[in-house]
Design a protein around this ligand. Sequence first.
Ligand SMILES: [Zn+2]
Length: 75
Amino acid sequence: MFYKPRVLHRAYAWARGRFWIPCPICKRGFGEHEWHEGHELWLTDRDSVAVCPHCGERATEMNRESGLPGDKPSH
Ligand SMILES: [Zn+2]
C-alpha cells in the first residue's frame, strides 16, 4: 500500500481547518481526517484525547486497564 508522507497529511489537515495533534501514545502527528470514532484515550472520566489510527487498539486496552469510560459497548 502506498505510504503517504506525513507532510501531505499535515497539509490536508491545515487546508481544511482540521486539527493536527501529536498522538499521546506514540507521539506521531496525525490529522482529524485520519481519526476514527472511539480512538481516544481517557485521562479522567470526563476528558479524553484523540489517538492516531495506529494506537486505537492500544488506547482501548489502556482505557480498560484504567476503568475509564472509553470502553463503551459498540453501537
Ligand atoms: Zn499513535
